[in-house]
Ligand binder design. Structure first.
Ligand SMILES: [Zn+2]
Length: 245
């Protein structure tokens, strides 16, 4: 082959190599779905619309999106017997469409569940590990972002959802930091606490806490108060929280 053509070919190989490197970040933004054959068409539609919506919403609100996630959807109940509706890890979401939580939810509620789970994946990816000691904040921020996202998508009204959450939270008296997932009203109390923080420090602070590493020190830096004193203050004022925005 003529020497000049060898040079041209070398250049093409070199530049296509650069193109592959350059395209890689875009290609890494990927979401995969794995539905078992019994999952209904309606559930597929909700899940396949909520997941990409959540990522676009996160990018707009927090400047960060989930890089990789596989959404595994099972037409069964949670096989671990924990009664889980859905749960998330650093790169996966599991959804059980025969669970009580999914069965009893409306399509709007299911959309919110998917945004909630996507925010957990984002928490893991931002924090690069665990979600920190304040479990109520990991759940409360996911629940809060879930409802905000579903409202932004036009599938439900945040104000109505909030009124219900505040009502439920007021009925609970257990201190915030001692509450566990199985406690009645846990998600409502955690939602309301997360909203207090978001109103104080701005919505993006809910992601910033995980991005900086979810420690007590980070909590104080981002929200201006140690978690224990925030929780004490929150518990003292919980009964007087306003129902409307
Ligand atoms: Zn959760």
């Amino acid at each position: 082959m003529h020497r000049k053509w060898v040079r041209v070919l070398e250049c093409m190989v070199f530049y296509s190599g650069i193109a592959v490197l350059w395209l890689r970040p875009a290609a890494a933004q990927q979401v995969a779905f794995d539905f078992d054959s019994q999952v209904s068409a309606a559930d597929r539609v909700v899940i396949q619309s909520a997941v990409p919506f959540a990522n676009g919403y996160f990018r707009g609100q927090f400047g960060a999106a989930v890089a990789h996630v596989t959404v595994n959807v099972f037409s069964t109940d949670d096989p671990d017997g924990k009664g889980s509706t859905a749960n998330a890890g650093s790169e996966t979401i599991l959804v059980f469409t025969r669970s009580r939580g999914w069965s009893e939810a409306s399509d709007e509620g299911r959309f919110k569940i998917m945004v909630h789970e996507m925010f957990h994946v984002l928490q893991y990816q931002l924090a690069d590990g665990g979600l920190g000691a304040e479990r109520w904040l990991a759940e409360g921020s996911a629940e809060y972002v879930g409802y905000r996202g579903a409202d932004a998508a036009g599938v439900l009204r945040f104000g109505l959802a909030k009124a219900r959450q505040v009502e439920e939270a007021r009925a609970q008296t257990k201190p915030l930091q001692t509450m566990v997932l199985a406690d009645p009203g846990f998600y409502s109390v955690a939602f309301v606490a997360a909203e207090v923080l978001a109103n104080r420090s701005g919505f993006p602070a809910l992601a910033e806490y995980f991005r900086r590493g979810p420690t007590a020190q980070t909590f104080e830096t981002v929200f201006g108060q140690p978690p224990s004193s925030f929780a004490q203050q929150f518990d003292a004022q919980r009964q007087e929280l306003p129902r409307s925005e």
